[in-house]
Design a protein around this ligand. Sequence first.
Ligand code: ADP
Length: 742
Amino acid sequence: MSSPIAQPLDALMAVVARHWGYHELRPLQDQAMQATLDGRDSLVVLPTGGGKSLCYQAPAVVLGGTTIVVSPLIALMKDQVDGLRACGVAAAQLDSSLTANNRATTEAEVRAGRFHMLFVSPERLLQNDLPRLLANVPVPAIAIDEAHCISHWGHDFRPEYRMMSRLREFFPQVSVHAYTATATEQVRRDIVTQLALRDPAVLVGNFDRPNLTYRIWPRNDTLKQVCEVIDRHTGEAGIVYCMRRKDVDELAASLRERGVNARPYHAGLTNELRQATQEEFASERCDIVVATIAFGMGIDRSNVRFVIHIALPKSLEHYQQETGRAGRDGLEAECVLLYSGGDVVSMRAMITKSASEAEDRSFLPSVLGHLDDIDRYARGAVCRHKALVGYFGQDYPEASCKACDLCLGDTEDVPNAVVVAQKILSCVARVKGSFGVVHVLGILRGKNVDTIRKRGHDQLTVFGLLKDATDNDVRDWIYQIIGQGALVQTTDEFPKLVLNDASWEVMRGKRTIRLVQLARRGKGDRPQKSEAAIVSWEGVDEGLFEVLRQLRKKVAAERQVPSYVIFSDTTLRELARLRPSTLAGMRAIYGIGEAKLRDLGQAFLDVIAAHCNEFGLKADIEPPKPVGPTLFEQQATTAPLTSRQLELFALFRQGLSLEEVSRRSGLARSTLGDYLAAYVRHERPDSIAAWVDQPTYGRVLAAAMQTGGTRLKPIFLALGEAVDYETIRLVVAHAAGQAGER
Ligand code: ADP
């Protein structure tokens, strides 16, 4: 038997291409797979849709023997096993759903080492028979899917996951690999401890989901707003999350009255009903589910194109999890949160009430803190992608995400934002940081109430300074200032507003603030599409896509597997874009490996040929260059400039150094690189000598030419890692602009 040590990644890539039809690995997949190949314990944290399964599936095929995979839900296991079989990979599951007969056959095959992967439920570990079943079969690795279930800090704690320690007893020499999408540090630490991982490779991916467009709208007419989103996604799948079961029942009924085939899902419904809904959703017989958060982990449909929250989720972790169910196939999807400040008030009351009835109140500040965090997020004026990854401790260097309400221009900027911010901050200064949002807001709005009068706060010069705004606006703005770091809300049970250094910089006019009016989205406006949405449909014949979808549905029904086990939407779109006429042409399509080509290729080719014939469409379209556009061809965006960009561009135009721009704008030096690159792309200045000296410019350009100029990293390496990425990006942006001029 070959040793599991030091298998090269080449062998792995060949396996990935053969079985899955993918030709590149996603970020961190290579390192995660290498850890498995090296037999080193690992913890892999990738966002939903990041491709965690492939991290253990592909090495399992390369290593031979039988990799044990522990997965929390029987439904998920079954789908995974079906998916692997469709890709020509032998896998099986051992769980309570098997009949006695099936179990005996499966066990015999397990003993004979027939499977690359054996999926087991955590409960199954109780039976203690795994070592016996696998006594004569090499077990190269153990994979634990949804590993956060082991932590009671997580949102999905399952006590039976504690059984996992048995695996270590059964197979002491085998490396253990844990996978989760949960981003919090606490849960990660807990996983390492609970699973007793030994010197694990800890790989934490980028949490941004660029294909998701986040939108937060003030809630004014729930049903109408939900229908507006559904109408924009005719024929596509979506989930509508509600806070209470009652809301689920009512909304689902109203939607059905309007002819929308929406199913309710919550813990109060019978098991049979819930299971039926899950299956109908997976097999595309039903596209819309209205649910509480009970509808969660079991959903593996990868083409969910929208998620709507009609009420505020409990925390940003929940929000990230729930919105994360959209667009797992990497294609564009939309997440709309209908926001109302009233939700926060009632959730606060609910939480405080249940705390008063509980013996242990220690959790209260943390739960309320989570609520404040998401409230601030919803009211914020910082790009949603940036704010969300920032919450999980990651940087977001792009100046615009081109995929949230704030960056797509759904909202309106407040004129003279700095002056408004100064009024708010002065008020906090006057009351000496001893009061919370409600009190400060009351003073600014000039409210004639007892709590303000009895402290003499109606005599302050700031009293009534913002009386023309609405309560809601002022509250939004306070949170927006907090979100931009120029005001602090304490985290005790009665949070107060206090100033920090940045507040004083704003008050002295040394720092800018962006404030937006979230409620000013034009009625009936069709929101702009995100860039991902535009790009992913480019060249796709939508009629053909629909025909292929119907074929997929039919095949899936015949085989009783979920549709995505047959092909993902990405594959269907690529088929509808490139329209291959031969099996060889089809093999080059994303997501079509050898087994699926043999099994499904001809049926799909026939449908493509018939459609092309009928509509006179050209077949065998040349695929775009596989490496994508060179950096020089990636052009400036047409998105409108933000006020921040306008302000910074004016400073760059004067040729000021980054240090000077940092001093004048109050922005950290580290955040300016992206703005400068955006400026260079946008305005195409003749020279960037103010920021990059001539010899460096020449060297970067030469390295870019030499490496083909498609990615930054090879340029960085060719320069012996001596020139930073920021400079490389700047030179490339400038050279691209110059090339475009000619
Ligand atoms: P996760 O478990 O992290 O949520 P999945 O494992 O379900 O994500 O992967 C999401 C989708 O991406 C699946 O359809 C999967 O087959 C696909 N995928 C995974 N790795 C790659 C890759 N390297 N190239 C293309 N598609 C991939």
